[in-house]
Write a protein that binds this ligand. Structure first.
Ligand code: TXA
Ligand code: MG
Length: 321
């Protein structure tokens, strides 16, 4: 049986989704970044089901989604810098990894046993309404089987997980198209753990230079503090060749900007060279080309603005481990 797909803006669908989540079920919800597979973050059995549905290694900690700053502050210890970042960028594509509050309710399993908790307030209205209705933080990794590109439409979710979850809320295509930027904040120090839908420069304009992760974050020990940084997280079946000027015979071309017409089959992330448009198209285009071709040549994408996160995802997709 495959999960029903209901319109996210329909109050009856929202009520049904909240009922499922409170009972420990799994609901795919739209966010502005990518679709998330939501479960009650305070319910370890629900979170275990979530890991199982994704086929995800258990040591990966999950982002817990909240509807307001007050709820977030019950779960994480906000330094003045963390609070400033939340007030400036929430709701939006920024996740803050903070020391877990002693009174917090987010389960150990959602935190993967870490002493920290990752919190995000999504900008998509249907997501916030749903979190609010549930009255608990919702753990939500991207709603795809582990190792596949993140879903940016309800159809992507249905294709990958339809048979393993209870309900899909359709909120249309995701506006940002890349997962949130993840930052660890310890006191007044902020470390960029994952580039994402909020560009580094926007954060650095208010927080100063972001530190690079060190061995505490990349994990000298057993459980990496941000396993999303592991390579091969995003792995389409096709082989990717990056920074390609043109397609070679047998390759599809994933273009960026006006560029020379290659004559090869392919798609363009943004013919006008707009990085926001490219981010929103990235995963859908990778999926479309992946289905049809064994090899994909990808045009160079500048490393500025959202280009940092786009190139990060492309490198992960290209890595054959
Ligand atoms: O945009 C997004 O962030 C999407 C939507 C659905 O909100 N969610 C998402 O979740 O991408 P997920 O679980 O696929 O990514 C979680 C990221 C990983 O890079 C993970 O390592 C990091 O957050 N993370 C989670 N908890 C952490 C923690 N306590 N400390 C450091 N990093 C953490
Ligand atoms: Mg993911």
């Amino acid at each position: 049986m495959t999960a029903p797909v209901l319109p996210a803006a329909d109050p009856a669908a929202g009520a049904r989704a909240a009922e499922i989540l409170r009972a420990g079920g799994l609901v795919a919800m739209p966010t502005e970044t990518v679709y998330g597979l939501a479960a009650d973050a305070t319910n370890p059995r629900a979170v275990a089901r979530l890991f199982e549905a994704k086929g995800r290694p258990r040591f990966n900690p999950l982002i817990s989604h909240v509807a307001d700053l007050e709820k977030a502050m019950a779960e994480g210890l906000f330094s003045p810098l963390a609070e400033m970042l939340a007030r400036r960028f929430w709701p939006g594509p920024l996740t803050l990894a903070l020391p877990a509050a002693p009174v917090g309710r987010i389960s150990e399993l959602a935190r993967a046993g870490l002493p920290t908790v990752a919190l995000r307030m999504p900008a998509h209205r249907a997501a916030r309404v749903l979190i609010d209705r549930c009255g608990v933080p919702l753990a939500a990794p991207s709603a795809n089987p582990s190792g596949e590109p993140s879903p940016t439409t309800a159809q992507h979710v249905a294709d990958g997980l339809g048979g393993r979850i209870d309900l899909i809320l359709d909120g249309g295509p995701c506006a940002v198209g890349l997962e949130s930027t993840v930052i660890a904040v310890e006191g007044q120090r902020a470390t960029l753990l994952r580039p994402g839908g909020l560009a580094r420069a926007e954060i650095e304009a208010v927080a100063g230079p972001l530190a690079a992760p060190d061995e505490r974050h990349t994990g000298g020990g057993a459980a990496p503090a941000s396993p999303g940084m592991l390579l091969r997280h995003y792995a389409p079946r096709a082989a990717l060749r990056l920074n390609a000027a043109a397609a070679e015979p047998g390759e599809a071309f994933l273009g960026f900007g006006p560029g020379p017409a290659s004559g090869a089959a392919g798609l363009n992330l943004s013919p006008s060279g707009d990085l926001r448009e490219a981010a929103a198209n990235l995963f859908a285009h990778l999926r479309a080309l992946d289905a049809a071709h064994g090899r994909i040549a990808v045009a160079p994408v500048p490393e500025t603005g959202l280009g940092e996160a786009i190139n990060d995802r492309l490198r992960r997709a290209a890595d054959r481990g």
